[in-house]
Write a protein that binds this ligand. Structure first.
Ligand code: CA
Length: 442
């Protein structure tokens, strides 16, 4: 099940990369998340790297320097796999290799480590790099694990019947589109599609006027399972490589007309933005919390239950949505926080998503991605989508400079941020997940 706390989580650890030791840094030595990068604007091959402070450690180069374990050791094998053009090979190796690499990186990046000189040559400033999607994502499944989001949205789409009776028994999801997922910095044209106005006799085709965000986490699958072999709750997290931020841009007017009876389609598949950095479950170990059900709600069926899931199946990850309008960007005004919540409010855990996805024998593969679903908290000011925050566009939110928003306008940039912090543990963060809306194509 979950990796226990070990020497890599010690909050007293400091790195010889000085920027990793700054208060509030997203990437201290206790984090060590993975991305795929190259020097900005270069023709270099994309390759795997690990964040430390404001630097990226080039994993392939570090492996070749021979300082992350003897040839053939799990750490060296993992570093070599992680240095390739996507992280799929590293993801496929499994927990023993991931953990060995984390320990080797932690030891080599610590203050006073003998590896400092050879590893310093493998660092690239994050300011000088560009990222690509960290894995070849074969399949993308978007879940719906916030009961608060499901209820808020359900109330708008079906006022008399907001939460359908299956919700508290089955982790709901749908198969989404992997090819339109891109990393932070994604710019996309406002989607065009069929919209049916209330009372109209026929739909019209037009740019979406109700373009929205969805604050989600992305869960990257590590080692997979053979078709036909379900993954039990006790092994579920061994199949999870790590977690990133995910914005599931959604066109609500297209969605309202198309979603019945088969669910989301063109309202969702035009763009999905993820953060470049994947934070491993091992890094998140200090931030595990109990999985709890409100009193009176059904307990999960036995196949979705385990002692470890009850004790520590959830994660306390702080999440924030920030918005920067085109005017604000021109004026140099920083993105403005419109929402803050925590992943701990989710109704279903990561392990339950993995186990439910495979209960019928469905196979998962390294690099598959799950969306958590919009992570709205229990109160409306913790809602992870504009449709909830503005009650379907009826109550605009106020922004600095006197601007307001119901749904997104052209030129708006939305930034997701995530971090974990508590007394007795090192603060770790996810970096930014930013995307920008461009005008619809003529
Ligand atoms: Ca979604």
């Amino acid at each position: 099940m979950s990796p226990l706390l070990n020497e890599t989580h010690d909050p007293a650890l400091k790195s010889w990369v000085a920027s990793a030791n700054l208060a509030g840094a997203d990437f201290p030595i206790q984090n060590l998340p993975f991305a795929v990068f190259r020097r900005k604007g270069s023709a270099e091959a994309f390759r795997g790297g690990v964040a430390i402070g404001d630097q990226v450690l080039d994993l392939g180069a570090a492996g070749e320097a021979g300082v992350l374990g003897a040839a053939g050791s799990p750490a060296a094998v993992a570093a070599s796999a992680g240095g390739r053009e996507s992280l799929n090979a590293l993801m496929a190796l499994g927990t023993k290799h991931w953990s060995a690499l984390r320990t080797a990186l932690s030891r080599a990046l610590r203050e006073g480590a003998a590896e400092q000189a050879p590893l310093a040559a493998c660092l690239v400033p994050q300011a000088d790099v560009e990222y690509t999607t960290p894995a070849r994502i074969g399949d993308y499944t978007d879940f719906y694990t916030s009961v608060h989001h499901a209820t808020n949205i359900g109330r708008q789409f079906r006022p008399d019947n907001p939460l359908l009776p299956n919700y508290k028994w089955v982790p709901i999801g749908y198969h989404g589109r992997a090819s339109s997922i891109a990393v932070s910095g994604q710019k996309f044209a406002r989607p065009v599609g069929q919209v049916m106005a209330p009372g109209a006799e026929a739909p019209v085709v037009k740019p979406s006027a109700r373009l929205d965000i969805e604050l989600e986490l992305g869960i990257f699958i590590g080692s997979g399972n053979a078709l036909g072999d379900p993954i039990r709750m006790t092994e579920a997290e061994d199949h999870v490589f790590g977690i990133c931020l995910l914005n599931d841009w959604s066109a609500r007017d297209l969605q309202a007309w198309e979603y019945q009876p088969l669910g989301p389609f063109l309202a969702k598949n035009f763009a999905t933005t993820i953060s470049p950095w994947i934070v491993t479950l091992e890094a998140l170990a200090p931030y595990r919390v109990a999985f709890e059900r409100p009193e009176g709600d059904p307990q999960p069926l036995p196949y979705l239950d385990s002692p470890a899931n009850r004790a520590q199946g959830a994660f306390d990850i702080q999440l924030q949505v920030l918005l920067q309008t085109a005017n604000a960007a021109k004026a140099g005004t920083a993105p403005h926080a419109i929402v803050q919540t925590s992943y701990r409010h989710a109704y279903w855990t990561v392990a339950q998503m993995v186990t439910h996805h495979t209960v019928n024998g469905c196979n998962l593969q390294p690099g598959d991605l799950f969306g958590s679903g919009t992570l709205s908290g229990p109160t409306l000011d913790q809602a992870g989508a504009l449709i909830e925050l503005t009650t379907g566009g009826k109550n605009p939110i106020s922004l600095p400079g006197g601007e307001t928003r119901t749904y997104l306008e052209d030129g708006d940039t939305v930034v997701l941020r995530g971090w974990c912090e508590k007394p007795g543990a090192a603060r770790i963060g996810f970096g930014d997940c930013a995307g920008t809306v461009l005008p619809a194509r003529a």
